[in-house]
Design a protein around this ligand. Structure first.
Ligand code: RB5
Length: 143
């Protein structure tokens, strides 16, 4: 899988470890910034990443801020983006299996690296189940 990743200043510290975990799992990761912890506005990076995921079919995104909330709110403004705020492996697995989520959000101030590793493993190993879930996911877009 090819992933785009972006954060704000409150998510930038954990980013190198997240990239390494993904690369060790065999995934390609493109970092959309920021490079340091200078204060930035999370919607700028959520929108930048969302445009990339939508423009590159078959890719997914990872957005990290302090809580993951702001990133998920901003990314979900894009038609075709299904950003899921995940706090553990279970929510990550269900976001993929039932919601066909294509952007994973979490909060650096909420979860530690051990939990993040289990989130990434759960997300990456889980395929969308389709079936009855496909019609529900389709209904998300009509609002
Ligand atoms: C930054 O202080 C913080 O508000 C941001 O990272 C995020 O948690 C917003 O949802």
């Amino acid at each position: 899988m090819k992933f785009f990743i972006a954060t704000d200043h409150a998510g930038v510290n954990i980013k190198p470890s997240v990239i390494k975990l993904l690369e060790d799992m065999g995934h390609e990761v493109m970092d959309l910034g920021p490079k340091d912890n200078t204060r930035v506005d999370y919607p700028d990076f959520a929108h930048k990443l969302s445009y990339e995921v939508l423009a590159n079919e078959g890719t997914q995104g990872i957005l990290i801020c302090g809580t993951g909330i702001g990133m998920s709110l901003a990314a979900n403004k894009h038609k075709g983006i299904r950003a899921a705020l995940c706090h553990d492996a279970y929510t990550a697995i269900m976001a993929r299996a039932h919601n066909d989520a294509n952007v994973l959000c979490f909060g650096e101030r909420v979860v530690g690296l051990g939990v993040v590793e289990s989130i990434l493993e759960g997300w990456c190993k889980t395929e969308f189940e389709g079936g009855r879930h496909a019609q529900r996911v389709a209904k998300i877009e009509i609002a």
